[in-house]
Ligand binder design. Structure first.
Ligand SMILES: C[S@@+](CC[C@H](N)C(=O)[O-])C[C@H]1O[C@@H](n2cnc3c(N)ncnc32)[C@H](O)[C@@H]1O
Length: 261
């Protein structure tokens, strides 16, 4: 039950960011495009964009495949996608843990930067593999530990609260993505360092993406002004000679095949 409540909050947080998301989504564009070469060339396939957000990649997939489904937990994200994207896309509100699709009905599930919000991840994976046809594929990108380490350590010197979500390690994901009916056939990892003018710029971007919901946070609401100031001061340790503030995103992408038995 707490997991379900967390997912509702995560969905709300993304929904509230639906209008600002696209201008902030520079990392998401990179990771989503990076997975495209793993997609099959065949046109007559059923492809699900899971956690489709504003539908940027659903629209792109619709130019390549006959049947594209866009699913997201957030109604507001889907509303935005419906109004702003073209192409023959079947939009559905759905939770990755309980997909409204028949078993073995989808050829390809494509999911860009959604699964790091799914805990426990192995349960979400089992549900995703359920809907994929034997021999079909799951193409996924996510974030692993090391992501936002600058922000995490700047906060750690201020209080014991959780300000950044937990990320799995590469080793953990390699094992999870090679379990049950999933067999990982390829994966890639890369640290991407984005540049910010200051810490507020980073916080504003995370909020603009809706990626500021931390389920296990102890204190509610915003951190106090003093705490925020201390954290910002600590972040200066990472400031580069050019004056920019870096934030690291450790990206992990993989392609899995669904085993036939
Ligand atoms: C970082 S955004 C990525 C959006 C899109 N894939 C893109 O490339 O821009 C993550 C999306 O996953 C959705 N999401 C989070 N948890 C989900 C869940 N359990 N089931 C379905 N969608 C979920 C959020 O609502 C949000 O739209």
């Amino acid at each position: 039950m707490p997991h379900t409540r967390n997912r509702i909050k995560i969905g709300r947080s993304f929904g509230d960011a639906s209008e600002s998301y696209d201008v902030c989504a520079r990392l998401q564009r990179f990771t989503g495009k990076h997975m495209l070469p793993w997609l099959p060339e065949k046109k007559d396939l059923i492809v699900l964009d899971l956690g489709c957000g504003t539908g940027f990649f659903s629209e792109l997939l619709a130019t390549r495949y006959d049947q594209v489904l866009g699913a997201d937990i957030s109604f507001k994200m889907l509303d935005y996608a419906k109004k702003n994207r073209t192409g023959n896309i079947n939009w559905t509100q759905a939770d990755a843990f309980k997909l409204p699709y028949q078993t073995a009905s989808i050829d390809v599930v494509y999911s860009n930067l959604m699964i790091q919000w799914c805990e426990p991840i192995d349960k979400a994976l089992a549900e995703i593999m359920r809907v994929i046809k034997p021999g079909g594929i799951f193409v996924v990108s996510t974030l692993i530990d090391g992501t936002l380490h600058e922000l995490k350590s700047s906060w750690a010197q201020v209080d014991d609260d959780k300000h950044v979500i937990d990320f799995h390690s590469e080793k953990e994901l390699n094992a999870i993505f090679n379990s049950g009916s999933a067999k990982k056939i390829n994966h890639f990892r890369k640290d991407i360092v984005l540049e910010y003018e200051n810490v507020l710029h980073l916080a504003t971007e995370l909020k603009g993406l809706g990626a500021n919901q931390v389920p296990k946070k102890l204190s509610k609401g915003l951190a106090g002004k003093d705490k925020w100031k201390k954290m910002s001061k600590n972040y200066q340790d990472f400031q580069e000679p050019s004056g920019i503030y870096p934030a690291t995103y450790s990206v992990y992408s993989a392609v899995m095949i669904k085993l036939t038995s």
